[in-house]
Design a protein around this ligand. Structure first.
Ligand code: KG4
Ligand code: ZN
Length: 342
């Protein structure tokens, strides 16, 4: 029988304090998420200092709730895992310090997890039968990557964003449309009432064959269009602008993801990260995959945005590969995908 590995995972890289208990990387016994969105909303974005303080206030209760909900005690745990980067340094440090003291006190192994590898692993939770290889489109607030997942612990980065991440572009465009933080879900919602072809915003593909992304030109183009309309008194519908912007992002993401599948001969495409919660993006990727006979994977909404369960899943594969760290673990705010910062 397969060994049972029970991991307590902690995530505090941005504005969600989360803890989860995950068995063998796939079975989620609990996934408690305490969101700070309401607090940061009044400032139009995440205020790092406030985020750190709220994590400090919340983390103990969130961890205890996660254990309680899972029906698991400290003695049942095999390891403690924590996100150590990338993210806001003060926010990360709360989770890292808490996880270090817990692992030390309980005499358990401490597993450091890369936040983006966590996002990718959310798909393992959603699809218990999903195994590498597959292509993964990572679209979060701070990252946009196309990644070829070769095995649980080995991947190649095919492309990354050269400027703004897709989520960042969503949030900035939303702000210019006076939509409250976080803008992504609001753009998703109002776009449903808009015409995606009303304004032809640029689809930046970069050099031929490139899997990199660039969204800052698109963002500027939307802002310029809005300014022009406002200055000249031209009427516009917010929903049309939102839908047209969104369609430009989706066209680029879909085309590059599909090209990666075909170039590498891989018939599985997964998406992950906050922007993969976007209904139009999910529909576009699903339709493109169906057309090409490619299997499409995307986590349920709660597993797309930041959560502890995805960290617990990624941690299991790190644990199996023998990755451990000690009390010298530090937060690495600028940790790159593929980098080991410990
Ligand atoms: O992955 P995530 O929760 O945090 C980071 O690791 O960055 O992603 C947050 C991002 C934000 O930019 C948010 O606006 C975006 O994901 N987002 C969405 C949607 N839900 C969240 N963007 C578009 N449509 C959505 N439904
Ligand atoms: Zn994230």
């Amino acid at each position: 029988m397969e060994e049972k590995v029970v991991i307590l995972a902690i995530e505090s890289s941005c504005d969600e304090t989360s803890a989860a208990v995950v068995v063998n990387g796939r079975e989620v016994l609990s996934n408690v998420i305490s969101s700070q969105i309401k607090i940061h909303k009044q400032f139009g974005g995440v205020v790092p200092e406030i985020a750190s303080r709220k994590h400090i206030e919340n983390i103990d209760r969130v961890v205890k709730d996660a254990l309680l909900e899972a029906g698991v005690g400290f003695k049942d745990l095999d390891a403690v895992a924590v996100t150590y980067g990338p993210g806001l340094v003060g926010a990360l440090l709360v989770g890292v310090s808490y996880a270090k003291s817990l692992a030390f006190g309980l005499g358990l192994p401490l597993i450091p997890v890369h936040h983006i590898e966590g996002h990718i692993a959310a798909n393992y939770i959603q699809y218990p039968d999903l195994e590498p290889p597959f292509i993964c489109l990572v679209v979060s607030g701070g990252h946009t990557n196309l990644v070829k997942i070769n095995s649980y612990n080995d991947f190649d980065i095919l492309g990354h964003t050269r400027d703004d991440a897709a989520g960042e572009a969503y949030d900035k465009v939303a702000r210019s449309l006076n939509l409250p933080y976080p803008g992504g879900p609001k753009i998703d919602k109002i776009s449903k009432e808009g015409d995606p072809n009303s304004v032809k915003f640029p689809r930046v593909m970069l050099e031929e064959g490139s899997y990199d992304f660039s969204f800052s030109g698109l963002k500027s183009s939307v802002l310029n269009h809005l300014n022009r309309c406002r200055l000249k008194g031209i009427e516009y519908k917010e929903a049309d602008i939102a839908a047209s912007f969104q369609q430009a992002v989706i066209d680029v993401l879909t085309e590059k993801a599909m090209r990666a599948c075909s170039e590498y001969g891989i018939n599985k495409l997964a998406a992950c990260g906050g922007v993969s919660a976007n209904s139009a993006l999910r529909a576009s990727l699903r339709a493109a995959c169906e057309k090409k006979g490619i299997e499409f994977y995307v986590p349920e909404l709660v597993l797309c945005t930041d959560n502890g369960a995805m960290i617990g899943s990624a941690a299991y594969y790190e644990y199996k590969a023998g990755c451990r760290t000690d009390m010298s673990l530090n937060a690495v705010p600028g940790l790159k995908l593929g980098e080991r910062g410990y």
